[in-house]
Design a protein around this ligand. Structure first.
Ligand code: AHR
Length: 517
């Protein structure tokens, strides 16, 4: 029996809803086809935005959407994407598949998409190939109410009122596709560019500095040392994969060993968050600056038959587990992590939604985000656990073989991960509190009996329900032919006494247990 003890008296931090954000880039079929089909499309749309996708993201509870990149952001010139569509410049999307970008989706369209979804817009500005003036003008165009060249231009383009813009990133991956900069150089550029990201009227922009690649702790150190007082957030990017970044493997068909390697890589997020946080704590002990994990998820080899630059991949139970594990990590570090964006929203990488013509598939990842929705805005509670480990032994050590050393290793991971939160219960339930406990079982083969106990509840549990996301195999997918193989199903929960519940968690599964007390 695996055991969790949840302590409702240990209220740690608020889980900001923005931890459950997505990322949408001008990449492959994410924006075009996936979200935006244009007003003249036969696919049902409102102002060009596909209704099925908008509804799916709304139902998933998407709180914030990051745009226009990614690597695309540091080559994007926003003025190309405003004004009459027939006059908008066409360009080559050099990063992603070398296709023509006709700029028919630009600033006005992005705000319209966010309005329809009901989410906060998060825009990433161009530092790599843009100018301070260009960035400053964009902010003025979007948020300035009075008379100015940019607000007049916005009005001429049909938008009288300014929009509200909260989240703004000063560049993307400036250590790589965003300019190949050294941290010292980028820190200085950050200081300069952010100066002209003005706060107009009552619009308060939350400024996000471009952060580290994976475990580049020096980047975080330099940025925090040189600019922490000028930023509201510092980003972090980390993708998980099966084998090696340079040699990605397919999204399905991996062996048990491959499965555990993916789990181990996903669980590495915990270490990255902890170590980057320790550096942030040195300069910002009050945790004013948020960690913004604005790109995360699984990155597999492109699906055969697709443009390799479009980063399309299937989405299976393994993705559901990676989503569940990662979101538990984010919840458990919500004192520092306040925004996160899964890459990407539609058709790209670990997408919650896939489209093909007028068809749509809600992936296993969608179902996990939906299961975890109740954590948004809730209070994180302290947990302690006793659980077993699982994995494979005596398999090739690929990292050491890269250095010419033939060696074996064990790939062993903690079997379960958990996070728990508390909210006031709805009045009609007659209960005072609603607890949501999300648990993942990464054991490839064995189910686990899990007991979840609450300290200090004085036997007041009134009811408990649960859902489960799993599939026959760890790489079972939802396809366009069979779109509902992996969905949220009811899982039975036993109330063992007024303070505890227990569930039987199948192999490779994600559960969400709701308790009213
Ligand atoms: O999400 C795909 C790409 O991954 C983004 O454009 C870039 O920021 C990252 O390297």
């Amino acid at each position: 029996m695996e055991k969790y003890l949840i302590n409702p008296n240990q209220k740690i931090s608020k889980i900001r809803k923005e931890i459950y954000g997505n990322f949408s880039e001008h990449l492959g079929r994410c924006i075009y086809e996936g979200m935006y089909v244009g007003e003249k499309s036969k696919i049902p749309n409102i102002n060009g935005m596909r209704c099925d996708v908008v509804n799916a993201l709304k139902e998933m509870g998407l709180p914030v959407l990051r745009w226009p990149g990614g690597c695309f952001a540091d080559e994007y010139h926003w003025m190309d994407g405003i004004g009459p569509k027939e006059n908008r410049k066409k360009m080559i999307n050099t990063h992603w598949g070398g296709v023509i970008e006709d700029n028919s989706f630009g600033t006005h369209e992005f705000f319209e998409l966010c309005r329809q979804i009901g989410c906060e817009p998060y825009i990433c500005g161009n530092v790599g190939s843009g100018t301070v003036q260009e960035m400053s003008d964009w902010i003025q165009y979007i948020t300035f109410e009075g008379i100015s060249p940019m607000s007049e231009l916005r009005k001429k383009n049909g938008r009288e009122e300014p929009w509200k813009l909260k989240y703004f990133g000063i560049g993307n991956e400036n250590w790589g596709c965003g300019g190949n900069m050294r941290p010292e150089f980028y820190a200085d550029l950050y200081r300069r560019f952010q100066t002209y990201v003005r706060q107009y009227g009552d619009n308060k922009i939350f400024k996000i500095a471009g952060g580290a690649n994976v475990d580049d702790y020096n980047w975080t150190e330099v940025l925090m040392r040189n600019a922490h007082w000028l930023m509201d957030g510092l980003s972090l990017h980390y993708y998980s994969y099966e084998y090696r970044w340079e040699e990605k493997k397919p999204a399905t068909g991996f062996t048990k060993e491959g499965f555990y390697r993916i789990m181990r890589n996903a669980l590495r997020m915990e270490e990255l968050v902890r170590r980057h946080s320790e550096i942030m704590d040195k300069y910002d002990p009050d945790k004013r600056v948020a960690m913004v994990v604005d790109e995360w998820g699984n990155w597999f080899a492109p699906k055969p038959g697709t443009n390799p630059g479009f980063l399309e991949q299937d989405n299976s139970v393994t993705d559901a587990l990676v989503a569940g594990i990662t979101l538990n990590i984010f919840n458990n570090h919500s004192d520092r992590i306040r925004v996160a964006n899964l890459a990407q929203a539609v058709n790209v990488l670990q997408a919650p939604v896939l489209t093909q013509g007028d068809k749509i598939v809600l992936t296993p990842t969608w179902h996990v985000l939906h299961q975890y929705k109740g954590h948004q805005g809730a209070t994180l509670l302290g947990t302690s656990a006793a659980y077993s480990y699982c994995g494979v032994k005596d398999v090739p050590d690929y990292n050491r073989s890269l250095r010419g050393i033939e060696a074996k290793e064990d790939v062993i991971v903690p079997g379960l991960s958990v996070s728990a939160s508390e909210k006031d219960a709805a009045e009609k339930t007659g209960a005072k509190k609603q607890y949501l406990v999300t648990v993942t079982n990464v054991d490839a083969e064995s189910s686990k009996e899990v007991e979840i106990s609450f300290a200090n509840l004085d036997g007041t549990i009134k009811s408990a329900t649960a859902t489960i996301v799993t599939g026959e195999k760890y790489d079972t997918i939802n396809s366009f032919e069979n779109p509902e193989v992996v969905t949220e199903k009811a899982l039975s929960v036993k109330i063992t006494d007024g303070n505890s519940v227990s569930i039987s968690l199948p192999a490779h599964s994600v559960a969400a247990v709701t308790v009213l007390a």
